[in-house]
Design a protein around this ligand. Structure first.
Ligand code: GUN
Length: 297
């Protein structure tokens, strides 16, 4: 079998198009322009690239983008003052503090200072609790993107066996909650899981989010299963070159799977698209308006 390739780039473009449509309607009918504030502390090159990309795409869908670039030397109190200002700014509907923060900051404290209604990352403890109890929340962007692709491919996920590999707060745990919300039978596998290959082989849906290049190989995959690869790892390709690979060994997995997301061009583009979707959702909720359909969990 040769797997269907799930095109995350095209899917993300369709999500952005839906977002742009909602933004245009909000402007026309309500005179409201959704706004997203992104806060970057320090000079981490990868974070700078992400933040630039977020700002660009925010403007492209017609929303307002507010960027705060603070030096490495910023104190926690200064950052908390910026967050307080954004919490109280009616033009700002979404706030994202780019992680990782410099080591002198307490990330949990900073994230929990964001107004949960504006927490478009879904990392605030209130949103984590709401998601865990099946209540309306802001949902972390990467797992939301994975869920959208899975729903699109399968229709209903009810009763399917899902194995999430990785137990991070950003991807693994919220992904498991979302799959449970869609009535999957969910297992979270991780570095201490015994006979992980056999566990993964039971899965109709595999979501790999461990950050270990090409760890999952085709012999781990049940024939016909759907493989969602969240990993983005840069590896040595020889001759001084590097290349991007996922947590799954693409060629061997694609031979066995029914569907698979490539790296790059799979889950990656969906993350920012879902950030924009969360911002428009937050804006609608803040204004007591109906939320956009198909852009939330
Ligand atoms: N750094 C890497 N991924 C993310 C993300 O999804 N949100 C935030 N805030 N920081 C990140």
């Amino acid at each position: 079998m040769s797997a269907t390739v799930i095109d995350g780039k095209a899917f993300a473009a369709s999500v952005r198009e839906k977002v742009a449509g909602h933004v245009a309607r909000l402007k026309e009918e309500q005179g409201i322009v959704p706004g997203l504030a992104v806060v970057l502390v320090g000079e981490d090159p990868a974070s700078q690239v992400y933040v630039r990309s977020k700002g660009k795409q925010t403007v492209e869908v017609g929303m307002k983008s507010f960027e705060y670039k603070l030096p490495d030397t910023t104190t926690e109190d200064e950052l908390l003052a910026v967050i307080d200002k954004l919490n109280n700014d009616p033009q700002v509907h979404g706030i994202l503090v780019q992680l990782p923060l410099p080591s002198h900051m307490n990330s949990d404290l900073v994230i929990n200072a964001i107004d949960p209604a504006k927490d478009v990352d879904g990392f605030h403890i209130s949103n984590v609790g709401l998601l865990g109890t099946g209540q309306k929340s802001m949902v972390p962007c990467t797992p939301l993107g994975c869920l959208m692709m899975l729903r699109d491919h399968h229709g209903s996920l009810s009763g399917l066996n899902a194995v999430v590999i990785g137990r991070s707060n950003i991807v693994g745990k919220p992904m498991a909650q979302l799959l449970l919300g869609d009535s999957c039978t969910v297992t979270i596998a991780h570095s201490r899981t015994k006979d992980i290959e056999a566990v993964v082989r039971q899965a109709d849906i595999v979501v790999a989010a461990v950050g270990r290049p090409e760890m999952v190989t085709g012999d781990w995959i049940k024939p016909g299963a759907t493989v969602i690869d969240v990993g983005i790892n840069r590896i040595d390709a020889g001759e001084g070159k590097t290349r991007l690979v996922g947590d799954c060994h693409y060629d061997s997995c694609a031979e066995v799977a029914g569907a698979i997301t490539p790296v790059p061009g799979g889950v990656g583009p969906m993350t920012i698209a879902c950030l924009l979707a969360n911002t428009v959702t937050a804006c609608c909720r803040a204004n007591g308006l109906p939320e956009p359909k198909g852009l939330t969990a």
